[in-house]
Ligand binder design. Structure first.
Ligand SMILES: C[S@@+](CC[C@H](N)C(=O)[O-])C[C@H]1O[C@@H](n2cnc3c(N)ncnc32)[C@H](O)[C@@H]1O
Length: 402
């Protein structure tokens, strides 16, 4: 099970203690609980979040650990697909209390040197971030810029721009992304946008991605087998196993679920100017149906190449979102546990974004859900078209560190 490093957990506690006094757990615990609930409510209601002292402390206690682990997972994928390079300049927009920045510094393989510009408009957040980053990896040099993105003009270009859990807080995120892509990205650089998987935020993120999918290269996670042509609602997110709660979160929550933040589900996209996408697969009309034509195939058996675009979405069966980048409606692959076989279990084993080929899959339409269900039967063959990638493990996960 993943957890944040003990040294970071201790720093969070030290910072809160310095702000509220050594006896805060006796004197201020109800206030802390209340502030966490307020912070969550404002965020999910889109009623404007501002980060003064209490929201900053509540953020550290509640959001920081999960966002730290979320971003570590993101960096692991960036490293495995070559985006993290030997010497790099990074800009983080809306760096908050430093969860993505600290995760980056702790994550960096020793051969890599980085200069990291952390842009954050709120003074209380910057103070907390400075404390959290103090003494972190000396190979990662941090610069703190106390400004909103709308007022920032950089002096050099960036190899990597991060927007982690911030796009939905910007007044005009598309305008900000356009500005970043046009003026701030170095040749070969990447812009990574990550947001929580909550329905409204996640589907808005995918709409935003679409606003750019013809202008820039969507490097990941989508594979457009027939060119970028998707439309309609798209709710796709990465899911990783829950993290262990920090000691502080156990104390604050006293078992109350609403005050515990251990699940990691996020939606993301990576844009680049030109160049190839991560997966270079193309559809072949003589071999495969296209999702954009699926209404013609209802109640028929077809062959289809697509990417797996979710974890298992059902407790009772195997249900995965799939997409070939041309869908007008959402598509799901359904595999009843009693029909799992050697020839079709690739659907279950594949990772998020992995390309699969189905042979002999039955198409059903769900009018109620406005979606298509592709039923994987005992005789459906699911072929994994990619070689598995080497993924970085963390010391606190089960298994070996690499
Ligand atoms: C939900 S927090 C995410 C913080 C951090 N990226 C993380 O993942 O923990 C959103 C952050 O975006 C910042 N923010 C809001 N509007 C901004 C703007 N116009 N420019 C830059 N940052 C902004 C907020 O101050 C806040 O720190």
């Amino acid at each position: 099970m993943q957890r944040i490093p003990m040294g970071v957990e201790v720093k969070i506690e030290q910072y809160i203690e310095a702000a509220l006094g050594a006896d805060w757990k006796q004197a201020q615990m109800p206030r802390m609980r209340d502030e966490i609930l307020k912070l969550k409510k404002r965020y999910w209601n889109f009623s404007g979040t501002s980060y003064g002292m209490w929201p900053t402390l509540a953020y550290l206690a509640y959001h920081f650990p999960a966002y730290y682990c979320q971003m570590r997972n993101v960096y692991s994928n960036l490293l495995s697909c070559g985006i993290i390079k030997e010497k790099m300049r990074i800009l983080e927009v809306g760096a908050g209390t430093g969860a993505p920045a600290r995760a980056f510094a702790d994550f960096l393989p020793e051969v890599i040197q980085a200069e990291y510009d952390a842009l954050e408009p709120y003074d209380d957040s910057v103070k907390a971030m400075k404390f959290i980053l103090d003494g972190a990896n000396p190979l990662c040099k941090f610069n703190f810029i106390e400004k909103p993105i709308e007022q920032f003009t950089p002096t050099a270009k960036y190899d990597l721009i991060l927007m982690a859990n911030v796009a939905s807080e910007l007044r005009n995120p598309e305008e900000a992304i356009s500005k970043l892509m046009e003026n701030f990205i170095a040749p070969g650089g990447s812009l990574v946008v990550v947001e929580p998987a909550e329905l409204r935020i996640s589907t808005q993120l995918r709409e935003m991605q679409r606003a750019f999918h013809k202008k820039y290269t969507v490097f990941a996670p989508c594979t457009y087998l027939w060119g970028p042509r998707c439309e309609g609602r798209c709710w796709s997110f990465v899911q990783v196993p829950d993290i262990a709660p920090t000691k502080l979160q156990r104390e604050i929550s006293n078992g109350e679920k609403a005050l515990m933040n251990v699940d990691i589900k996020y939606s993301h996209f990576i844009l680049r100017k030109g160049g190839a996408p991560l997966k270079k697969f193309r559809g072949n009309p003589r071999m495969d149906a296209r999702m954009m034509d699926m209404e013609r195939h209802v109640e028929r058996r077809i062959n289809l190449t697509c990417a797996k675009m979710s974890g298992n979405l059902s407790e009772n069966t195997n249900l995965f979102k799939i997409c070939d980048g041309s869908a007008r409606h959402e598509h799901y692959a359904v595999l009843n546990p009693r029909d799992v076989s050697e020839s079709n279990r690739g659907l279950i084993d594949a990772e998020y974004g992995e390309i699969l080929r189905f042979r002999n899959v039955l198409v059903l339409e769900s009018k109620k859900e406005n979606a298509y269900n592709l039923v994987i039967g005992k005789n459906t063959e699911v072929e994994r078209l990619e070689k598995p990638r080497l993924k970085r493990k963390f010391e606190d996960e089960d298994g070996e560190d690499f």
